[in-house]
Design a protein around this ligand. Structure first.
Ligand SMILES: Nc1ncnc2c1ncn2[C@@H]1O[C@H](COP(=O)(O)OP(=O)(O)OP(=O)(O)O)[C@@H](O)[C@H]1O
Length: 461
């Protein structure tokens, strides 16, 4: 099979992997040869080959088999010379397997302001609009300190917490404040996904030195949702080097994630430990007072927008009491309420609130179920859901099962016999034993406490 044949047949892969993946990862592949059960491809970089092998290897093999060229393995070698364009015919020499060659290093391009443009900052996410309460006061104070731009005291600042609790808001607020105080400061804010995207693009365009140069030239690097790079080996590797280089230069780094560094699965140990070196702060779930404060602030803003609209006493208190999920939902509820009331020209009172927000209120009433608990716990401890209710007594399965029993008792109104029935028809005394065991262990086992805290947060999000 030649590269020509491959080029003709590869189009069918588009359906399997999607248009974007096809253009990015499949089109640049050049078939160097097939023989002895191996299909050999030329790729621009080692990373490229790894990525294709891990993410699309099975698709490619299947596709080759369907096209009558079944192979057992795929091999990827870095091509020594620039490839011809994918749709050009291959030269005869190119059908032989090329010797792997080192990735060509590109000369760094000078860093220009344009390159430093990260993700856009939301103008509304400032310290002024951030309402401080007990659950977020430490995170707010730490963010303020970083935003003052003085000597770097903790590096990195690591902010974490559940969905919609204000991590992004605080990061944008830091960036706004720094840029206001020191307009010349090079502040780069981007999501971990964008970091990966830029990295992959730099690899593809052989601009990796430029990429390194750019990320090492910033004064403050802010990476949102860092959990995204977990399990993405090459991106983690590059992130690790960037991180070290900046810390060595005493440049400030701010990171956010949906959980603490130690709890991010598939994140390399050395990265976890670096992330824990600075200040790790938790944005706790909101309490009633904080929710009310946020609602009052947003209501004031809407009063200016919808002049003349009346808001009856007790509505904000009712919402703060009933919508306990995340701030985004709370904000959405208020936005809808004001928009609806202005359309129908009525006062916002409790009746209108209940009519207009019936779905959100119902969803907030949602109770955690035993099945959800079993699923989340099984996922967390990486065991099969069937083992959760099955008979196996291995410690690695029995302990997560007891955790699920404990959480079922804590988070649902179900009785012990009812819980027993959902755990494969176990007796209520077994459930009681499981619950007690976890309570005992909680007194000494900090890892277990962390697990429980995380699981609770995930289940109640
Ligand atoms: N303390 C607060 N004061 C005012 N607004 C807040 C507060 N906390 C959150 N918000 C608002 O809630 C919304 C969600 O916040 P944000 O996007 O910062 O959450 P997040 O923690 O980054 O969530 P995700 O995990 O989904 O990325 C934003 O509109 C933000 O302004």
């Amino acid at each position: 099979m030649t590269n020509d044949t491959w080029v003709q047949m590869r189009d069918g892969l588009q359906q399997r992997v999607g248009r974007n993946n096809f253009v990015t990862w499949i089109e640049p592949l050049k078939l160097a040869g097939v023989g002895e059960g191996v299909a050999r491809f030329e790729v621009p970089t080692v990373f490229f080959g790894d990525w294709v092998s891990r993410n699309f290897g099975d698709h490619i093999r299947l596709h080759l088999a369907e096209g009558g060229a079944a192979v057992e393995r795929l091999e990827f070698a870095v091509c020594a010379t620039p490839r011809p364009a994918a749709n050009q015919p291959a030269t005869p020499a190119a059908t032989a397997a090329p010797a792997p060659a080192p990735v060509k290093a590109s000369k760094p391009k000078p860093v220009i302001e344009e390159d430093l443009r990260g993700a856009p900052l939301d103008a509304r996410f400032t310290f002024d609009s951030f309402v401080v309460g007990k659950p977020n006061e430490l995170a707010h104070a730490a963010a303020r300190r970083v935003a003052e731009g003085g000597p770097v005291t903790f590096n990195p600042l690591f902010l974490y917490g559940g969905v919609g609790l204000g991590k992004t808001h605080l990061m944008h607020a830091i960036a706004h404040e720094l840029q206001m105080r020191q307009p010349d400061l090079r502040v780069l804010y981007l999501s971990a996904e964008q970091f990966m995207y830029r990295f992959v693009q730099a690899l593809r365009e052989r601009e990796i030195m430029g990429f390194k140069e750019l990320f090492r030239s910033v004064d403050v690097l802010m990476v949102d949702d860092v959990q995204f790079i977990a399990g993405k080996d090459s991106t983690q590797e590059e992130f690790f080097h960037t991180f070290n280089a900046l810390v060595d230069q005493n440049k400030q780094i701010v990171i956010s994630a949906d959980r603490a560094p130690g709890e991010i699965k598939d994140l390399e140990e050395r990265i976890k430990s670096r992330l824990q070196c600075g200040l790790v702060v938790d944005l706790h779930p909101t309490d009633y007072e904080l929710r009310l404060g946020i609602l009052q602030q947003k209501a004031e803003y809407y009063h200016q927008q919808y002049k003349g609209l009346m808001l009856a006493d007790g509505v904000l208190e009712f919402l703060a009491h009933r919508i306990t999920t995340n701030v985004r939902v709370l904000e959405g509820a208020l936005t809808r309420l004001f928009a609806f009331a202005s359309l129908v020209g009525r006062e916002i009172n409790l009746d209108l609130t209940q009519d207009c927000l019936a779905d959100i209120l119902r969803a907030s009433d949602r109770k955690v179920t035993i099945e959800e608990i079993q699923r989340k716990v099984a996922e967390h401890y990486n065991i099969r859901l069937s083992d959760m209710i099955g008979p196996k007594r291995l410690r690695t399965i029995a302990r997560p099962r007891q955790v699920a029993m404990y959480l079922s008792k804590q988070l649902t109104p179900r009785s012990l016999p009812e819980i027993g029935r959902r755990f494969g028809g176990r007796d209520h005394t077994t459930i009681m034993h499981g619950v007690r065991k976890i309570e005992e262990l909680m007194a000494t086992d900090s890892q277990l406490n962390d697990d429980l805290q995380l699981l609770r947060r995930l289940l109640q999000a």
